[in-house]
Design a binder for this molecule. Structure first.
Ligand SMILES: [Fe+2]
Length: 499
């Protein structure tokens, strides 16, 4: 072994001598075991040898560098298998006609009908045109899309629901208090199940059934400790962007800041999700240019890429767009534009997906992985404005309730025009077909997290202080927060990088 050590030292000296560089005696003396020598030799060979620093580099520093390079390569290899894009919209744009809307709604109806039929009470639904053959006062169950909702002069709720065969009026009596209160949240175009009694041409509801998520889903937990981190709404380019806070975040993520536990988390981050609005964009709201520090959209993305480049390369960045990004606003939004956001495509660890999208992470031979639904949240504005119970319970301050509202309806924008959308004729990509383990959104610039039937709902924060537009529409941003999930325990922590 001793001989090999001497031999290796000679090789190192010869290698550098041939290139006209001397290794310092200090460095040579530090080399005292064979393992170290091999690592250092490989590392020194890869250095630019006209760099005089090489000669005096501290051995520990070199070994650490070699070790870090090794782990980063291993982690990179692992990650390639652990992030699987289950759904990201790729359809080419094409001309649409009115028939496409019919097909779109038919597909939506079929997808949600399938989910609703899994409920025991809706196993034997009949189509609406068959209701006429039912005797008076006979119980039945139907599934339909809500085409009208009003309050009668007696204070009851009157719905009209439709299926492909016809229409039916449904009364929800105000004296059935808990049902009535829940039904007050019904929005147009959502698809529900109704069980009730038929009298003449009206069904008197005994129960309303929403597609919802099952109550008995297990809370999946990873075998090993690792962390997923959820960001959104960076708004780079805005004069309200908070570079100091983001800098702090970058220092922490690189293990250079925080207490022991926080550094431990930083060292074990395996995934970073970013739920849209990477940049502030241009012309998104009236007089936005007055609040832009960078007016050029290409430059905004370049600045954004420069920041994200500072995140350790072994951590995959899963990125979907939002309404401020430079691409069409209709949903599904395709992944970030390769033209405007070309700088972002140069990030080695970025995985670009559509809005919405479904990603599976952390799977292995023994573990199915976690399904993460990403949706920026453009429809949230509509539901905060239109649904009394959401507004009364906190509105924009309670993204978790908005997300729960949508998950219960298994649709990201149930009401026509609650968001702009493309009428896809094959399937409605805004239907939440698969129940996710994590549902991530952003858009309202304030973090909220909760567990709903073992789906973790997370709204990201933002990295921008309050804009004039937000002041007008009543947003209360709470910037520079980072929700972090321990995938082994499913515990959530929110780290704060600003006031
Ligand atoms: Fe935003």
């Amino acid at each position: 072994m001793e001989q090999e050590l001497v031999k290796k030292k000679r090789e190192i000296i010869d290698f550098f001598l041939k290139n006209g560089v001397l290794i310092s005696t200090n460095l040579l003396n530090e080399i005292n075991n064979y393992g170290n020598i091999s690592k250092v030799f490989e590392l020194l060979k890869s250095k630019t040898i006209d760099d005089p620093l090489v000669m005096d580099l501290d051995l520990n520093k070199l070994i650490n560098e070699a070790n870090r390079q090794n782990t980063e390569t291993t982690k990179e290899v692992q990650h390639r298998n652990q992030v699987k894009v289950t759904f990201s919209y790729k359809e080419e744009p094409k001309k649409r006609d009115p028939r496409d809307f019919v097909d779109y709604f038919t597909n939506r109806y079929k997808a949600l009908e399938k989910i609703l039929k899994q409920h025991q009470e809706l196993k034997d639904t009949i189509s609406i045109n068959k209701l006429t053959s039912k005797k008076d006062k006979e119980s039945t169950s139907i599934i339909g899309i809500v085409s009208s909702k009003q309050t009668t002069k007696n204070g009851n709720l009157l719905l009209v629901i439709e299926d492909p065969t016809g229409q039916r009026r449904v009364i929800i009596n105000k004296n059935k208090l808990s049902l009535f209160n829940e039904a007050k949240d019904i929005v147009l175009d959502e698809i529900i199940g109704v069980t009730g009694v038929n009298v003449d041409t009206i069904t008197f509801a005994n129960n309303i059934i929403w597609p919802d998520t099952p109550t008995n889903r297990e809370l999946k937990k990873a075998e090993n400790e690792s962390y997923a981190l959820f960001l959104s709404d960076l708004h780079v380019g805005s004069s309200k962007f908070l570079p100091d806070d983001f800098e702090k975040f970058l220092r922490w993520v690189n293990g250079e800041m925080g207490n022991e536990q926080q550094r431990h988390i930083a060292n074990n981050i395996e995934y970073i999700f970013i739920a849209g609005d990477l940049v502030d964009g241009c012309g998104i709201y009236p007089e936005q240019d007055k609040e832009l520090a960078t007016k050029d959209i290409y430059e905004q993305y370049r600045e954004c890429a420069e920041l994200l480049k500072q995140i350790p390369q072994h951590i995959p960045l899963i990125i979907c767009p939002g309404n401020h990004d430079a691409l069409r606003i209709s949903e599904p939004q395709p992944p970030l534009s390769k033209n405007f956001a070309s700088a972002m495509y140069e990030l080695n660890n970025a995985i670009m997906v559509s809005n919405p999208s479904l990603i599976n992470i952390n799977s292995s031979d023994n573990f199915p992985g976690f399904d993460v639904l990403m949706y920026h949240g453009y429809s949230f504005d509509y539901f905060v404005a239109e649904v009394d119970s959401l507004r009364n319970q906190g509105g924009y301050d309670r993204a978790d309730l908005i997300m729960k509202f949508l998950l219960k309806r298994r649709h990201l924008a149930p009401t026509h025009l609650s968001t702009l959308y493309l009428p896809d004729t094959k399937k409605d990509p805004l239907v939440i077909e698969k129940v996710p383990d994590f549902f991530l959104s952003g858009h309202i610039h304030k973090t909220a997290t909760t567990n709903y039937r073992n789906t973790t709902l997370i709204c990201g924060s933002c990295w921008q202080s309050k804009t004039m537009f937000q002041e007008k529409v009543g947003h209360n941003p709470e910037p520079s927060r980072v929700p972090i999930v321990n995938l082994q325990t499913r515990d959530i922590k929110i780290l704060k990088f600003g006031h």
